[in-house]
Design a protein around this ligand. Structure first.
Ligand code: NAD
Length: 261
């Protein structure tokens, strides 16, 4: 059903976690993928595994020109760009607003919004012309924190709401040429990084505790892994979803039906 053969896809944060699982699935379905990521080690591993199907660009999503470099590399090597996946992100570790000093609050705001929000603005701006040429689409990794409190602290929650606002406005502005949608994973077992300004204010949680907490909070009682979300990306990236824009697919074990109990 899902056909990605010969699609050229650009993803940020594809060297780890959800982005890595999505990259692997895209390649397995026949796409070629350009990745922008800070992690040289993660990029090298993917290059070793997938060879010419993947193109790795070391860089920072907060730097507009790094996206321009990645888009140029995608079009030069693969001839075109069909899909952009904005995915690289960082976390606030559930830091409590009242506990954080004003200086740390401000530094955390600048850093987290620069990556989670401006990083998505940058990527959308750098890709829209190429996507217009191919009638392509964008997919944003948002989060259940884009809908509900307690999927993070205020920094992360506000950034995820902002990503959904950006996605919906761009879907409106880019129609009928480019579709823009989102996937909202629930808590997932990855290495999602807590930003340095907030580290003194958060407790580190071991994987076992994290797994238990994720499992008990969603009705399907799944301790989600990155692979649990790839089906939503495959659908949105493909032409099978040509009638879908401005939508969020929640992949969160059913958080919206938790009920009042
Ligand atoms: P991860 O840390 O495994 O992957 C994030 C990737 O982004 C890493 O490869 C990292 O090097 C890269 N990255 C971070 N900052 C960057 C920057 N400034 N420039 C370039 N690359 C950068 O984490 P993940 O959980 O896979 O996170 C991916 C996305 O999924 C994020 O948007 C996150 O908010 C979202 N998400 C995660 C969860 C979860 O519970 N893990 C839940 C919902 C949504």
């Amino acid at each position: 059903m899902i056909q990605l053969k010969e699609k050229s896809i650009y993803i940020t944060g594809g060297a780890s976690g959800i982005g890595k699982a999505v990259t692997e699935a895209f390649i397995e379905e026949g796409a070629v993928v350009t990745i922008l990521d800070k992690s040289v080690e993660g990029l090298n591993q993917l290059k070793k595994r997938f060879g010419e199907a993947v193109q790795c660009i070391e860089g920072d999503v907060t730097v507009y020109n790094d996206h321009v470099r990645a888009v140029s590399a995608a079009t030069e090597t693969f001839g075109k760009l069909d899909v952009f996946v904005a995915n690289a992100g960082v976390f606030d570790g559930f830091a409590k607003f009242k506990d954080v000093t004003p200086d740390a609050m401000s530094a955390a705001y600048d850093l987290l919004f620069d990556i989670n929000v401006k990083g998505y603005f940058n990527g959308a701006k750098a890709t829209v012309n190429e996507l217009e040429r191919t009638g392509g689409n964008m997919i944003f990794t948002v989060s259940s924190a884009g809908f509900y409190p307690d999927g993070g602290g205020v920094w992360y929650t506000a950034s995820k709401h902002a990503q959904i606002g950006l996605m919906r406005q761009l879907a409106f502005e880019f129609a009928p040429d480019v579709r823009v949608n989102a996937v909202a994973p629930g808590g997932t077992l990855t290495a999602l990084h807590v930003i340095p300004p907030l580290q003194p204010f958060v407790k580190s949680v071991d994987n076992e505790t994290k797994e238990k907490s994720i499992k008990t909070r969603n009705p399907l009682q799944i301790a989600m892994t990155s692979e649990d979300h790839v089906a939503a990306y495959l659908l949105l990236a493909s032409n099978n979803s040509r009638a879908i824009t401005g939508e969020v697919i929640s992949s969160d074990g059913g958080l919206s039906v938790r009920g009042l109990g």
